[in-house]
Design a protein around this ligand. Structure first.
Ligand code: SAM
Length: 215
């Protein structure tokens, strides 16, 4: 299904994402801080250690990766939800970091071709309506040889956990467009990226991907 496809209410999936994340923005930092401790620990540091040069973070949310980028990186963030973006703006200012924050859709990135050295997307391809289109856009805006860094939760390698995730997403996909059994690695490979390293953690429910756009 594409982002222009409608939910049962006639709202596009992208419009629903914007509404859902605008509503979640005030409580997001508290909620995700808990999951960062028990589920995604070390993931933001892993991304930050590999990011370099002109960095684009797609679906930057409230800007929680800003703590981890190298001081000499120039950071641009694109985000669908104005309410999430407003918090990212405050975070950038409180860190004294000059961040170019733009409202936009991951599936139609408001950025020039080959204009970034690194593209990051964390905990968002699970909720972006068209992950393949978003990964295609990430490739478009990367320079040849540029780095793609992804961190996300995916379907477990343990069948009982996978089944529980599948059952849970029958509710969360309808309510909030949140998927628990998606996997980004095959999409990254079919988009033509070269895989540099991957790590799968927490019963296979978390994956970190470092890939490059071929030169
Ligand atoms: C779980 S939050 C993750 C935020 C942030 N990346 C982080 O690591 O904390 C998912 C984010 O994806 C954003 N999002 C969903 N669909 C999007 C789209 N099509 N384009 C841009 N951002 C999108 C939401 O607004 C939300 O901020």
């Amino acid at each position: 299904m594409t982002s222009s496809a409608s939910t049962r209410t006639g709202e596009t999936q992208t419009a629903r994402q914007k509404r859902v994340w605008d509503k979640s923005a005030p409580s997001y930092d508290n909620q995700i801080a808990f999951f960062e401790k028990i589920w995604f620990g070390g993931g933001r540091e892993w991304v930050g250690e590999r990011a370099q040069g002109r960095v684009l973070e797609v679906a930057i949310g409230t800007g929680r990766n800003l703590f981890h980028y190298p001081a000499d990186a120039t950071v641009t963030g694109i985000e669908l939800s104005p309410a999430m973006l407003a918090i990212a703006r405050q975070r950038g200012a409180s860190l004294g970091r000059d961040v170019d924050l733009r409202e936009g859709d991951a599936e139609h990135l408001p950025a020039e071709d080959a204009s970034f050295d690194t593209v990051v997307c964390a905990l968002s391809l699970c909720t972006i309506p068209g992950p393949a289109a978003a990964i295609g856009e990430m490739k478009r805006v990367l320079v040849p040889g540029g780095r793609l860094l992804l961190l996300d939760h995916i379907g477990s390698t343990w069948p009982p956990v996978y089944v529980s995730q599948w059952l849970l997403e029958q509710i969360t996909i309808r309510a909030a467009g949140e998927h628990f059994t998606r996997r980004q690695l095959p999409l990254v490979q079919s988009a033509g990226f070269q895989i540099v390293e991957t790590e799968r953690l927490k019963a296979g429910t978390v994956e970190r991907i470092h890939a490059v756009k071929p030169a």
